[in-house]
Write a protein that binds this ligand. Structure first.
Ligand code: ZN
Ligand code: ZN
Length: 348
């Protein structure tokens, strides 16, 4: 048997190649991959061959949102069995550095993250993958493998909600409801947030957000976001503000939306320099917190989906077959403003 994968010999071009099957190590399982989602970072590599200064390595394999079925066990594997369906957490940290020992493994400088350029690590867009048992999370019967591949962006949203200390009744606003803003919205809703206000420049996104949990939707192109947020919060601002648009302009404006003593969560990770009114923020004694991927979230994300607290099914991604991965990427890029998630089905 051979393994097949999609490699990117140059930007904008994916080529299906055949290689030897991976050999599993003692603590690894062999996963027959079923679904691989396309993330914003994959699209950057596909479109520009780089993210900022980080170039895609030669013949890169994209994809880090994946799930599949265990088909072979390494000698030392204890928890998983053949036939288990699993979601793969894409980052494998070193396990021994200061940050790993503190449990902050998302900050491990040696982490090998699927489809990341530093250090160059191939992604999940392939038929079979050898992966450590510890980073494969078993999906319960009522959670599909398709939902399994969406645990990754959901983990980002859930971790952002955790960083923001969202709790029962807190007023929340989410600036930007692309995939990450959307997942953040589902997470804060599940955590019992009070009024949920979202803003975006795209009406179709606002409409979908309104259907799936937002109480107030603001079209940032047509309305004054600050005025609307203040109006909706009796002039106080929101307890928690999520910047999920990834734009320096929206990030720079977050101090206007936050309540005194509130929290701003930067989950959009805008690049470049951002001019910020720290003086105004200081007067409110509000915090800004950042989100770098996530840690210790997969089990809770799977549980939340299994219990129906987070309706991941309703995302209903567009699905392309493996052989049409090229088309899937072109579609995902062309329709990035309309379609929340595009996913590749690895096996027919
Ligand atoms: Zn992702
Ligand atoms: Zn480490």
């Amino acid at each position: 048997m051979k393994n097949r994968m999609m490699r990117m010999p140059e930007k904008g071009r994916l080529v299906e190649v055949e290689e030897e099957m991976p050999q599993i190590k003692d603590h690894q399982v062999l996963v027959k991959m079923e679904y691989c989602g396309i993330c914003g970072s994959d699209m950057h590599f596909f479109q520009n061959g780089a993210i900022g200064t980080r170039k895609a390595p030669p013949d890169f394999i994209l994809g880090h949102e994946s799930a599949g079925t265990v088909v072979e066990l390494g000698k030392a594997v204890k928890k998983l069995q053949i036939g288990d369906r699993v979601a793969l957490e894409p980052g494998i940290p070193c396990g021994t550095c200061e940050f790993c020992r503190k449990g902050m493994y998302n900050l491990c400088p040696e982490v090998r993250f699927m489809a990341a350029a530093m250090p160059p690590t191939d992604g999940a867009l392939r038929q079979y993958m050898a992966y450590p048992e510890d980073w494969c999370f078993k999906l319960p019967e009522n959670v599909s493998t398709l939902e399994g591949c969406m645990m990754e962006p959901l983990a980002v949203g859930m971790y952002a909600a955790k960083r923001g200390e969202v709790e029962l009744g807190k007023t929340v606003c989410i600036i930007g409801v692309g995939t990450i803003g959307f997942m953040t919205m589902l997470a804060v809703k599940a955590m019992g947030a009070g009024k949920i206000i979202v803003s975006d420049a795209l009406p179709n996104r606002l409409e979908m957000a309104g259907k799936m949990g937002a109480d107030v939707t603001i079209n940032a192109k047509e309305e004054d976001v600050e005025a609307r947020i203040l109006e909706e919060t009796a002039g106080c601002g929101c307890d928690v503000v999520f910047e999920a648009a990834g734009s320096p302009y929206t990030l720079a404006a977050t101090w206007k939306y936050v309540k005194r003593g509130g929290v701003i969560v930067n989950v959009g990770n805008a690049g470049g320099e951002v001019p910020y009114m720290f003086g105004e923020l200081a007067r409110k004694e509000a915090d800004i917190r950042h989100v770098w991927r996530y840690r210790h979230i997969y089990p809770a994300a799977i549980e939340a989906v299994s219990r129906g607290v987070i309706p991941l099914k309703d995302i209903a991604p567009r699905i392309f077959p493996f052989a049409k991965s090229q088309e899937a990427f072109e579609f995902a890029f062309a329709k990035r403003n309309e379609v929340l998630k595009t996913v590749i089905r690895i096996f027919e």
